[in-house]
Design a binder for this molecule. Sequence first.
Ligand SMILES: Cc1ncc(COP(=O)(O)O)c(C=O)c1O
Length: 358
Amino acid sequence: MEPDLSGNEKTYLIDAIDSGWISSKGKYVDQFEKEFAAFHEVDYALAVSNGTVALHLGLVSLGIGKGDEVIVPNLTFASSVNAIIHAGATPVLAEVDAETYNIDCNKLDQYISSKTKAIMPVHLYGNPCDMDEICTIANKHGLLIIEDNAEGLGSTYKKKIAGSFGDVSTFSFYGNKTITTGEGGAILFKNQKTFEYAKVLRDHGMSPDRRYWHEHIGFNYRLTNMQAAIGCAQLEHIQDILQKKSSIVKRYVDGLAPIGSIKFQKTEAGSLSSNWLFTPLFKNVSTNDLSQYLHKHGVETRPAFYPISTMPVYSDFKKGGYDVSESVSKSGLSLPSFPTLKNSEVDLIIAAIKKFYD
Ligand SMILES: Cc1ncc(COP(=O)(O)O)c(C=O)c1O
């Protein structure tokens, strides 16, 4: 994990410190929110402390809570599911597709009940979900969409940018994400009222017109001006970061495809992935052995996410029928794809994998 901080990050950060505005007031928070909204061609953006509270605040601001069910893929970072539980709602774990690793739209109907309030698609590893299908199903059943776009910043689906589909869409700026603010997150909103409500909730539920008068039982989910300063600088070179990641993944695919036993995550025609993590499926080998072998050669890897249904703490929420999630998880391994990775390093990793298969 090595973020690309080669732009104005230091300059803006020092400027924020010099201004004295080091907490959550200051020009960079507003600037970051405006630029982030403009990047997604939406009207309303809120910067928050991380991607998990972005999900939580998004859910709460939509009025989702006790007694409601939210459909979420079984293969995701646990934060998606935790946020639903912390909002007081019940996650319903949905099976994923073997090719895209995303929520399987053909099976979505089976998870819908009279309690279902929303669908939370996750663009896993940056690969956009089938948003036409998800929007159609959501419209048909009157469901809200919370787009967990922590991993898909900069991805596009049919030329429309990921994060512009959901009633709320959420992002993470943790150090390993496409752009980073150290820790950080953001929410995009379709509806002005929901945005305004979330803005108040973000700041302890305090009335914007009457200091220390609390209209709601809120949270402190603010991002600091220092973090936002880094975010503004990151946004200036986001296209370059996306481009570098895309060429790293292309180089991997060209180099690894001849091995034959490696399957790549499928991006639907018309979609572009942010390539957050490059996670092929390594068939006929143990990913544990491969990971250890690469580690010995100085290459750090990450296992694919465990299906949520396999972890005992989530046993109350599983429905069964998760063969695909389990098989993707078992054979998936994420290889380094951070934007500062050199071509020569990618080539060494490819060569090491070839040797392992030999
Ligand atoms: C799909 C998904 N949702 C939510 C999050 C939570 O983001 P954060 O770590 O900023 O809380 C992550 C972070 O990795 C993620 O991958």
